[in-house]
Design a protein around this ligand. Structure first.
Ligand code: ADP
Ligand code: MN
Ligand code: MN
Ligand code: MN
Length: 367
């Protein structure tokens, strides 16, 4: 047990014993898709809905989101999770970002995504997303994966995927701490596994409906950043952390279904949705993460960035349909193209937009 002679004692004080006040950690996306920032605010009492939280602001010139002369960015609270670090009634608050006039910043893909998910053609379809977030843990200061010999390479890939043992899995304490902290927070985390490249791991979020997928993924990423901070290990969402040699990159596969796809006859709609995604391959790739072309080589369980493909059960295709979905004639499919550093609001809303709102030019629209 920590004693008052240690910082941990004070960090773990139960505020509820002394005051009604709580601490809200406001979290937002900074200048790039996985640049997470946060700062804390004292609130007079506990809160259960984001609507009851005050807006706040920050200095956007320090996050690459505003000029110094007009630097204020406004945070709008959008989703609440329990704070696994402070415990008690304290909360994590996922926010999005606006100018003082109330216009979403150019990096605020959440605001645009919310509009798509609210559309009449989209909301009744209850789009589900399951996101598979891969990430790499790096030794601090040398930026070399955890478990890798300094100045050298580990034995070739093969034993590490879902591996166990001191020569196959590195960082499991971080992974497990993150897993339980996410469940505590109320993040819909559905599992974790060790990845193909040593030092690389994955967690899954979902299925979540619509905008929730982005909120839950951002919260899970934030908790992971905090865990790795405690462990003094660097978290990387780089799509290709080791650019040369036979080493897998890091993706964020998006599993997707609509109500109609999950119902009888859904397979036909899955085929149609995949066809539309193929027609807009370039537009999607442009939004699926920076540096993703280094990962989508056609090797290491990826399809080439230049060519769209889909297959049943093939992990070398852009889109994979599960055997079960084919056999059942309904279910979901997996877009394997998004990279680990993608913006989940942008990617999920784009998939919903292309499959539910967009109609190829010159073709007869369905009604
Ligand atoms: P993989 O076999 O590609 O590694 P995972 O098991 O890691 O797949 O992830 C699959 C994800 O798909 C999970 O997050 C799961 O919740 C999600 N999922 C399951 N069913 C559906 C569905 N009908 N629609 C969307 N996502 C789904
Ligand atoms: Mn997976
Ligand atoms: Mn994976
Ligand atoms: Mn997958």
């Amino acid at each position: 047990m920590p004693t008052p002679s240690s910082l941990a004692y004070f960090e773990n004080l139960d505020l509820g014993e002394a005051t009604k006040e709580i601490i809200a950690e406001y979290i937002w996306i900074g200048g790039t898709s996985c640049d997470l920032r946060s700062k804390a605010k004292t609130l007079p009492s506990s809160v259960t809905s984001p609507k009851d939280l005050p807006k706040w602001n920050y200095d956007g010139s320090s996050t690459g989101q505003a000029h110094g002369s007009d630097s204020e960015v406004i945070l709008y609270p959008q989703a609440i999770f329990r704070d696994p670090f402070r415990g008690g009634q304290n909360i994590l608050v996922i926010c999005d970002t606006y100018t003082p006039k109330g216009e979403p910043l150019s990096t605020n893909n959440r605001a645009r995504a919310a509009k798509i998910f609210e559309a009449d053609e989209v909301a009744p379809e209850e789009p589900w997303f399951g996101l598979e977030q891969e990430y790499t843990l790096l030794q601090k200061d040398i930026n070399w994966p955890l478990g890798w010999p300094v100045g050298g390479f580990p034995a070739p890939q093969g034993p590490y995927y879902c591996g166990v043992g001191a020569n196959k899995a590195w960082g499991r304490d971080i992974v497990n701490a993150h897993y339980k902290a996410c469940l505590y927070a109320g993040v819909k985390i559905s599992g974790i596994n060790g990845e193909v490249m040593p030092g690389q791991w994955e967690f899954q979020v979902g299925p979540c409906v619509g905008i929730d997928a982005g909120d839950h993924l951002v919260c899970a990423r934030y908790i992971l950043e905090r865990m790795t901070e405690i462990a003094n290990v660097v978290l990387s969402f780089d799509p290709k952390p080791i650019p040369t040699g036979e080493w897998n990159g890091a993706g964020c596969h998006v599993n997707y279904s609509t109500k109609s796809m999950r119902s009888a006859g859904g397979y036909e709609l899955i085929r149609e949705a995949i066809e539309k995604l193929g027609l807009r391959h370039k537009e999607h790739i442009a939004c699926y993460g920076e540096g993703n072309e280094k990962r989508l080589t056609g090797k290491h369980e990826t399809a080439s960035v230049h060519k769209f493909s889909w297959e049943v059960a093939d992990r070398g295709a852009s889109i994979r349909v599960g055997r079960e979905t084919e056999a059942d004639g309904k279910g979901y499919f997996e877009d394997r193209r998004p990279s680990a550093n993608m913006d989940p609001y942008l990617v999920t809303s784009m998939i919903a937009g292309t499959t539910l709102l967009w109609h190829p030019a010159g073709r007869k629209e369905k009604n």
